[in-house]
Design a protein around this ligand. Sequence first.
Ligand SMILES: [Zn+2]
Length: 297
Amino acid sequence: MDMSWTRLRTTVFIAAVGWCWAAISLTAEPRPEWSRPVKPFRVAPGIYYVGTKGLSAYLIGSGRGAILLEGTTAENATLIERNIEVVGVPLKRVRLIVSDHAHYDHVGGIARIKRDTGAAFDASAGDAPALRSGMPRGDTEYEPTGFPPVEIDHVIHDGETVSVGDVSLTAHLTPGHTPGCTSWSTTVRDAGRSLHVLFLCSLTVVGNVLVGNRAYPTIATDYERTFAKLSTMQADIVLTSHPEMADVLEREARVRAGDANAFIDPAALQAIVATWKAHFEHELVRARRMVGVGDMH
Ligand SMILES: [Zn+2]
């Protein structure tokens, strides 16, 4: 790959980000809100938001035992730990940590939180090399950012359920954004009804090379399979690792304003999937066109 080709790709990438799909651009650059504290809050029975204004972390369970989903950045580790204690769970009661995907803004804090809690860390085979090395896998149009490597205690498989006490999460492999991108589901009882909760892995393309990705050759078909798989799934509550992707903080504001059911939205999953599927298809067409242009040189 020569320099002019690299520059062309970078320019088009910046133009695409500037174009800003649906007013949401999830870039690789850290943003101030990623480390801005917010008061932890309850999403549903036994599910708490313990992240920051710009990066989600969820605690599932109680003082008897809990699972932490996401570590956010390495810089945020102390903040996340404080939030866990604020919702009434001593750090040592966090027995298991999982994440949706191995990018520094979601797993950067995990090595430290794992050490401080003594929790086990489970992850998918697809993201295991990235987690163990502290460097994401797959060709990107930006310079990848590393993170503190994490030791994996158990490699999880598609459909596998992990439990801590009476809390359990089921893994749904939804690769594309990363090779091991994992969505997690659980069921909670709320006022006599059962609610299906899905912690949806990121579906964005931004910066991922879709055609000719040497480190992740199956990336485009993985995205396609993931969108097909998600189109058959149902959730009453959708939660994402970038809170804006599922309006998490806006919904919490609605709860505070008196709408007790603001997180319950059975239409949300398919709306999110449709948005990012359209984005992916647009980006795939663009990537194929660019490869065609490149071949003429
Ligand atoms: Zn990511």
